[in-house]
Design a protein around this ligand. Structure first.
Ligand code: PSV
Ligand code: MN
Length: 386
C-alpha cells in the first residue's frame, strides 16, 4: 500500500527550476516569432518566473544563461529574485555563439580559443559566487563535421584539460553539471555525445562533477530511464534538463510528447532515492509558438503529474511480483500507478499549500499576460541571441 500522506508531503517539497531563456523569444533556425509582453531584461524574466512559482508553489529557482542574462551586478539580481520569492539557480555557460567557436571551444585545435572558452567558464563560476548558485551547467557544441577534420582522441585530451581547470576553481558546495548530446550542431562526431563520455570525464574529475540528462539529447528509442537508474546508482546524476522531443532536440514542453517516458524516468528517480538527494530538476525548453508563461506552468504541472504517479507505485507489491517471477503482475503494478488520474490529488496538494487548485486557470484569471503586454512596450525583447 502506498502512504498517501507521504506522497503528498513529497510533492509539496518538489522543486522544478525554470530556465530564463524559456521566458524570452526563441525559434527554430528558420524563424524567431516575437510575442507581445516578452521580458526585455533578466529582471523582467524573474517577474514572469515569480508568477510561475506563485501559482505552482514548486518552481522556486531560475537558471541563468550567460551572456544572455548578463547584468552589471549579479548580487543585486539575486536580491531582486529573493524579493520575489525566488532564488537564482544553475548558471548555464555559452561556448557556442562566438565566431571563434566555429571549430569548437574547449576542444578547439587552437590553444588561444581554448583559453577564451575556459576563461568564460571561470567567469561563470565568479557569477555563481555572486548569485549563490550551486551549479555550473556545461553543454559543449564541440565536434566535427567530417572524418579526419580533427583528432578525435586529441579533442578528448583538450576537453579533459579544460574541464580540470574549471573543476579546480569550484568552491565549497559548487558543482559542474556536464550535459551530453548525440549530435547537433556537429554532425560527424560530437565531443560529449553520450552519458558514457560525460560519466568518464566526471568520474576522473571528482565528486563535484556530475552528469546532467537532457531528455531531448538522445537517439530515438533510447531507454533514458536506464541511464537515469545507472547514473543514480553510481552517484553521478547531477540533474535533468527536462523537455520533450518527437524527432531531435525539439525543446518542447516536458511530458507533451511522451508522458509515459517521463513517468518511467521519475519512477527510476524515486526508486534510486534521487527524489530526495541532490538531483536538480530543471527545464530546458523553448516556447516558440505557444504563450510562454502558461507553457512553463503546464510543464511544471506535467513534471508534478509524472512524479505523483511515480510516487504512487506500490513498491512492496512490485517487489513481491518481481520475486514471484510474475511478469504480468509486476507490469500491472507499474501501469496501475501510471494510469491513476493524479489531478485530483495534486489539486488537493495545492489547496493544502494555500494555492489555487488550477494553476492554468488562475494564471488566465490573474491578468498578468494582459498587464505585461500593456507595460512592456519599447526596448528590446530578450531572445536567445541566435
Ligand atoms: C542546446 O542543445 C541546449 O539546449 C543545451 O541543452 C543547453 O542546456 C541549452 O541549450 C542552453 O545552453
Ligand atoms: Mn539542456
Amino acid at each position: 500500500m502506498t502512504d498517501l500522506a507521504a506522497v503528498k508531503a513529497a510533492l509539496k517539497t518538489q522543486a522544478v527550476e525554470t530556465p530564463s531563456w524559456a521566458y524570452g523569444n526563441s525559434g527554430t533556425r528558420f524563424k524567431v516569432f516575437a510575442q507581445q509582453g516578452v521580458p526585455r531584461s533578466p529582471r523582467e524574466k524573474l517577474d514572469d518566473a515569480a508568477q510561475v512559482h506563485a501559482l505552482t508553489g514548486v518552481a522556486p529557482t531560475v537558471a541563468l544563461h550567460i551572456p544572455w542574462d548578463t547584468v552589471d551586478d549579479y548580487a543585486a539580481l539575486a536580491g531582486y529574485a529573493e524579493e520575489r520569492g525566488l532564488r537564482l539557480g544553475a548558471i548555464n555557460s555559452n561556448t557556442f555563439q562566438d565566431d571563434d567557436y566555429r571549430l569548437g571551444s574547449i576542444c578547439h585545435p587552437d590553444a588561444a580559443v581554448r583559453r577564451k572558452a575556459v576563461g568564460h567558464l571561470l567567469e561563470c563560476v565568479d557569477i555563481m559566487d555572486a548569485t549563490g548558485s550551486q551549479d555550473l551547467k556545461l553543454w559543449f557544441a564541440d565536434g566535427t563535421n567530417y572524418p579526419g577534420q580533427d583528432d578525435l582522441r586529441g579533442r578528448q585530451d583538450r576537453l579533459a584539460e579544460g574541464l580540470a581547470e574549471v573543476y579546480a576553481r569550484l568552491g565549497e558546495g559548487q558543482r559542474m553539471l556536464l550535459e551530453y548530446k548525440f549530435f547537433e550542431p556537429a554532425f560527424y562526431a560530437t565531443d560529449v555525445p553520450d552519458w558514457g563520455t560525460a560519466y568518464a570525464h566526471c568520474l576522473k574529475l571528482g565528486p563535484k562533477a556530475q552528469v546532467v540528462v537532457d531528455t531531448g539529447h538522445h537517439a530515438p528509442g533510447t531507454n533514458i530511464e536506464f541511464i537515469v537508474a545507472t547514473l543514480l546508482r553510481e552517484g553521478k546524476l547531477g540533474g535533468f534538463d527536462f523537455n520533450s522531443r518527437f524527432y531531435a532536440d525539439d525543446d518542447l514542453m516536458v511530458g507533451a510528447a511522451d508522458p509515459f517516458q517521463l513517468f518511467r524516468i521519475m519512477y527510476e528517480v524515486v526508486r534510486g532515492g534521487g527524489f530526495t538527494a541532490d538531483v536538480a530538476f530543471m527545464l530546458d525548453q523553448c516556447h516558440n509558438i505557444e504563450p510562454k508563461v502558461p507553457a512553463i506552468i503546464r510543464s511544471v504541472m506535467n513534471v508534478q503529474e509524472a512524479t505523483a504517479k511515480a510516487l504512487l507505485v506500490d513498491a512492496e507489491a512490485l517487489a513481491a511480483a518481481q520475486r514471484a517471477e510474475d511478469v504480468l503482475g509486476a507490469n500491472a503494478v507499474l501501469m496501475d500507478a501510471y494510469n491513476t488520474d493524479v489531478r485530483p490529488l495534486l489539486a488537493e496538494v495545492r489547496e493544502e499549500m494555500g494555492l489555487d487548485p488550477d494553476p492554468m486557470g488562475a494564471f488566465a484569471r490573474s491578468g498578468w499576460a494582459e498587464k505585461v503586454v500593456a507595460e512592456r512596450v519599447g526596448g528590446e525583447q530578450a531572445g536567445w541571441g541566435a
